[in-house]
Write a protein that binds this ligand. Structure first.
Ligand code: HEM
Length: 338
């Protein structure tokens, strides 16, 4: 049988490991209070793959994908009987002198494609479907900048885990949390850069802050007294195993308004790993050696979400009372409905 090569390209919601793309939209929304609003959200979550196919099939080469994350408070409204072990709201970090604020958000839609119009179209249809069940909290359109550079001029994403390591880094393991295995945690932070001040530094000073050379992206040894960004964000387990996360940061901005930013997004199967990275950046490791990247980059949002698998999304679509009827065990925990 000879299938057209494009007919096997997966278009599926919840592909955390979707390919890094040329364009992305980061949409954070709040869900209104009433029961009917929750039902409208359940219906959209249940049909997310259908909506991604509606847009994605129009150009399979555009590689459209969409991941939805659910915030801690909304999770309790949707599935009150069981929750992912590490899910909690983003913990504000008050370092000196920099603060990582914790900001609201019930749902995150991370839409990726190689065409900005496909991201736009999916966002439009999603918002149509959600209607007055939600209000938009934040909406950012990101773009790939040359060879995956951030607006500070450095190649961003190099040390991401490779394909073989992705599952371990990004998905919750059955040993850690059997009911939520295969799900993931995602943290987003919107940073604004002070580009004039950053660009007043020499390349050597910038390189010491990041820990890589600017032109050719080679890793540098850093000063142990003042660790670089890449060192502060290298995390090891108690047994010395290095623990990675998957980052898909995107630049965004409006030069006319003097706005230059990085939208940070990190997926992890172990939320504590990403939280430890943030502690090292904002407080320092040891305390006081905070990340000098923050002297030129201000975090203005910070929100944590759980990313259910497609199966879990389907089960969330059932209101708890319906779920109880269809569950022989009687427990409403999403894991118990598998
Ligand atoms: C303004 C925001 C940020 C910018 C511009 C930025 C930029 C960079 C750059 C240029 C690198 C080196 C190349 C690479 O390996 O990707 C890097 C590495 C890294 N960053 Fe960031 N980053 C930001 C925020 C964060 C945050 C908030 C985290 C985690 C909480 C993080 C985690 C990491 C990790 C894990 C690495 C790889 C370290 C290693 O070499 O093993 N970054 N980042």
């Amino acid at each position: 049988m000879t299938d057209a090569p494009w007919s096997r390209i997966p278009i599926d919601a919840q592909s955390v490991d979707a390919p890094l793309s040329r364009a992305a939209i980061f949409l954070v929304v709040a869900v209104a209070d009433r029961r009917e609003h929750l039902d409208a959200v359940r219906a959209v979550l249940d049909d997310l793959t259908g909506l991604v196919k509606t847009v994605g099939f129009r150009d399979l080469g555009g590689r459209l994908s969409c991941v939805v994350g659910i915030g801690s408070a909304l999770w309790d409204r949707l599935s009150p009987a069981g929750r992912p072990a590490e899910l909690h709201p983003f913990v504000e970090l008050d370092g000196a002198p920099h603060v990582a604020p914790s900001t609201p958000g019930d749902l995150l839609f991370h839409i990726r494609a190689d065409r900005a119009d496909m991201c736009f179209e999916l966002e439009r249809l999603l918002l149509d479907a959600l209607g007055d069940a939600i209000t938009v909290v934040d909406e950012v359109s990101g773009f790939r900048y040359f060879d995956s550079r951030d607006l500070l001029g450095f190649v961003d994403g190099t040390a991401n885990p490779l394909a073989a390591e992705l599952t371990d880094a990004t998905l919750i393991s059955p040993d850690a949390d059997p009911d939520f295995a295969g799900g993931s945690y995602v943290v987003v932070q919107k940073y604004l850069h002070d580009l004039p001040r950053w660009n007043a530094l020499s390349s050597e000073e910038q390189q010491a802050i990041i820990g890589r050379t600017k032109v050719d992206n080679v890793e540098l040894d850093d000063d142990p007294a003042r660790p670089a960004h890449k060192t502060l964000t290298t995390i090891e387990d108690d047994d010395g195993t290095e623990r990675d996360i998957l980052r898909d940061n995107m630049p965004f901005g409006r030069p006319g308004a003097g706005e230059f930013g990085t939208y940070f997004i990190g997926y992890t199967g172990r939320l504590w790993v990403l939280e430890r990275m943030l502690e090292h950046m904002f407080i320092g490791d040891p305390p006081g050696t905070y990340d000098r990247l923050l002297d030129f980059s201000t975090a203005i949002t910070g929100t944590t979400f759980f990313v259910p698998t497609n199966d879990m999304l389907g089960r969330l679509a059932q209101a708890p009372d319906e779920a109880a009827e269809s569950s022989s065990g009687g427990s409403l925990g999403i894991g118990s409905l598998k």
